[in-house]
Design a protein around this ligand. Structure first.
Ligand code: NAP
Length: 299
């Protein structure tokens, strides 16, 4: 048996075509494009790279991207003031606070300042709280977990009643994806660094979400035959055969898993392309929602 590859790049492309069409319609109706405001503090190279990628992705679909770039020694007040300017700006519909922030900044306080209507990263404590509550729905859900859920839908797996195992419990991936799976009526087990006998737990899983950040950690013998595997891990490893001298691999031993899993994502080309796409989708949703509210208010 060889697993079906869930092609994140292809799924992301379909989403982006839809977002482009909606962004063009929005711009034609309102005289300006949907806008994403990015707050970046300091010169962390990885954060700078992510912000550039997001900016490029915005341009490709017709979303305007604006940036507030603050120095590494910026104060809490300066960062909150940057968020406040975006909150007030009618041409900015989504706000993204690029994390991590320098140590003098209280990230939670910054995130609390983001207008709920513009919280396209889904990290406002109220949106995360609503995600965890039965019968409640957050306005926005975080990009990477939302991308995982879309890829699961694409695989055709039945979520209701499925045994899902999430490896990792970070605020940005493991925890929210576990909450989303629970909302979708899966039975969810969350593993982390203190979990005992993880292989035994994973072997029970119809769905495995690997988000721990350890290269090739989950091996084929951990998987139940036919399991659907979403590999979030993005680990840079040395690769003498690669002209760059390095490559990226996931948290799952992809080659081994191919012969056991029913479906699996690749790294790269799986969750990665979906992450930025879900941010674009949230920005588009925020713009349409705010425009609708403005129209209702004007009536
Ligand atoms: P993180 O904040 O470092 O969290 C890692 C989680 O994995 C923690 O909950 C940790 O447990 C758990 N863990 C670590 N080592 C473990 C082990 N040996 N056994 C069991 N659990 C273990 O990482 P993250 O931000 O969630 O990211 C996880 C991975 O996803 C990384 O490779 C990252 O690069 C990747 N990622 C990819 C995308 C994308 O768009 N493709 C987006 C975000 C992240 P404790 O809580 O007990 O410490």
């Amino acid at each position: 048996m060889s697993a079906v590859i869930i092609d994140g790049a292809l799924v992301a492309e379909k989403w982006r075509a839809d977002i482009s069409a909606r962004a063009a319609a929005f711009a034609a109706q309102h005289g300006h494009a949907p806008g994403l405001g990015v707050v970046l503090v300091g010169d962390n190279p990885a954060s700078g790279q992510y912000v550039r990628m997001k900016r490029r992705a915005c341009e490709q679909v017709g979303i305007t991207s604006l940036a507030e770039i603050l120095p590494a020694d910026a104060t809490q007040e300066q960062v909150e003031a940057a968020v406040a300017r975006f909150n007030e700006d009618a041409h900015v519909h989504g706000i993204l606070v690029q994390l991590p922030m320098p140590p003098q900044i209280n990230e939670e306080r910054v995130l609390r300042h983001v207008s709920l209507d513009k919280d396209v990263d889904g990290f406002h404590p109220e949106n995360i709280g609503l995600l965890g509550m039965k019968g409640r729905e957050p306005l926005f859900t975080p990009a990477t977990p939302t991308g995982c859920m879309e890829l699961l839908r694409e695989s055709g797996v039945t979520l209701e009643g499925a045994n899902a195992v999430v490896i990792g419990r970070s605020n940005i991936v493991g925890l929210p994806v576990a909450l989303m799976l629970m909302k979708a009526n899966a039975t969810v087990t969350v593993c982390h660094s203190r979990t005992r006998d993880m292989a035994r737990i994973v072997r029970e899983a119809d769905i495995v979400i690997a988000a721990l950040g350890r290269p090739n950690f989950v091996t084929a013998d951990w998987l139940k035959p036919g399991a659907v595997v979403i590999d979030v891990g993005t680990n840079k490893i040395e690769a003498p055969d690669d002209p760059r001298g390095y490559k990226y691999v996931g948290d799952v031993d992809f080659e081994g898993a191919l012969s056991v899993a029913g479906a699996i994502t690749k790294v790269p080309g799986g969750v990665g392309p979906m992450t930025i796409t879900m941010l674009l989708a949230n920005t588009m949703k925020a713009a349409e929602r705010l425009a609708l509210h403005a129209a209702d208010g004007a009536r």
